[in-house]
Design a protein around this ligand. Structure first.
Ligand SMILES: [Zn+2]
Length: 389
């Protein structure tokens, strides 16, 4: 049993300045606001002095390919620990669209075995594909047409562990594919797409609930040429998403230079999608390009960006801690808003909010301590202190 004292406890609707949070084994037992009730701290409880830091629910990253130089399917232990250090106490391992069917099956098996390990922060699988609109993805030559016997086999293998499944809605066969995913109770995401607004609305009406990295790998059904001809910004996927932003969760990659999402777009997301519907993700991948030789004015020197061998942007090296700080830098979001976007919303979006995403009695004692600059000092996973820095 532990009693966290002397910290600012971030709950889903307020910050308790003078509170006590008590955990028992791997669970949260109670959260006490000492302004309203007297805290009875059981004698056997170990006192954890939070030293004035924030006490918040651990981050939930629902889109993450790996970390610590390894993909989850290569070294799940190393990747999960890398992200735990950044405050992520629940992480969904992403399997992207650049693998053959056989590879996807094999990698999914490895991740499932890792998810079964006791005391892990791995929280399941996120399929980013395998079928995408090849116009909106690097290595697009590796994509293939939607194949129902393939995706049914994938589902059978990974059922119970799939937290999120992304499709490009304009592909042939996408409607049945989406129905299949939704019929299994899995969160359906739309991404890597140039679909028309009507197609986006149709799939949101159907039940799609997540937009995969808004502003990244998405375009316009009319093509770029139409802007040159008319001089008018056309109705892009991101515009359509903003129009239904109160009905979907939108993933955002917030890097330090605002390369993935431009500064004005980050502000627009903060204002229009808002803290209730925005989800911070890392989309962390593994660097292919050696970035050491680039000067500081070259974006390829950025510590939280990844590039492919031809110099193209290819995901990030973010942790959730870094992503949270970057989002604050560009939008001025408050700490409770950040916790909503980095913990609560993602947990709700992928159906693990009964266990994670907020500090409530009965939930896992996944707790992070950070300062005003969003620098993580301690990470507790299932009640155990796992990271101290
Ligand atoms: Zn990704």
């Amino acid at each position: 049993m532990k009693a966290f004292v002397n910290g600012k406890i971030v709950t889903s609707d307020k910050v308790i300045d003078n509170g006590v949070l008590i955990t028992q084994k791997d669970r949260i037992l109670t959260v006490i606001d000492c302004k309203h009730e007297r805290a009875e701290i059981p004698e056997q409880a170990e006192i954890v002095d939070a030293e004035g830091f924030y006490i918040a629910p651990g981050f939930v990253d629902i889109h993450c390919h790996g970390g610590g130089e390894k993909y989850f399917f290569q070294d799940p232990e190393r990747a999960r620990l890398h992200h735990l250090r950044g405050g992520t106490t629940s992480v969904c391992a992403t399997l992207g669209y650049t693998y053959s069917h056989e590879e996807t099956l094999e990698y999914a098996k490895i991740i499932i075995e890792a998810c079964k390990k006791k005391g892990t922060n791995l929280a399941g699988i996120h399929f980013e594909g395998p079928y995408i609109n090849p116009k909106f993805g690097s290595n697009s030559h590796l994509t293939r047409p939607i194949n129902s016997s393939e995706y049914e086999e994938l589902y059978e293998l990974a059922k119970g562990y799939i937290r999120q499944w992304m499709i490009s809605p304009e592909l042939e066969g996408a409607s049945e594919y989406a129905d299949f995913i939704l019929s299994k109770g899995i969160a359906l995401a739309l991404g890597h797409t140039g679909a028309s607004p009507d197609t986006i609305y149709e799939f949101v009406d159907k039940g799609a609930s997540i937009i995969t990295h808004l502003y990244d790998a998405m375009g316009c059904h009319l093509g770029n040429e139409s802007v040159k001809i008319t001089g008018i910004i056309q109705d892009t996927v991101s515009d359509a998403v903003l129009a239904v932003g109160d009905r979907v969760y939108c993933e955002i990659i917030a890097d330090s230079l605002a390369i993935h999402v431009k500064p004005a777009n980050l502000k627009l997301v903060y204002r229009c999608i808002g803290p209730e519907r925005t989800i911070l993700i890392t989309d962390s991948t593994i660097a292919r390009l050696d970035q050491s030789g680039f000067g500081k004015d070259d974006i390829r020197s950025a510590p939280d960006l990844n590039f492919n061998l031809s110099g193209g942007l290819s995901g990030s090296k973010l942790t959730m801690e870094m992503a949270a700080r970057n989002f604050v830098k560009y939008t001025g979001a408050t700490i409770p808003e950040i916790v909503k976007m980095a913990s609560e919303n993602p947990a709700k979006a992928v159906g693990i909010y009964d266990e994670a995403g907020s500090l409530e009695p009965g939930k896992l004692a996944n707790i992070i301590l950070f300062d005003d600059e969003l620098k993580i000092h301690k990470v507790y996973l299932r009640g155990n202190l796992e990271v101290e820095k």
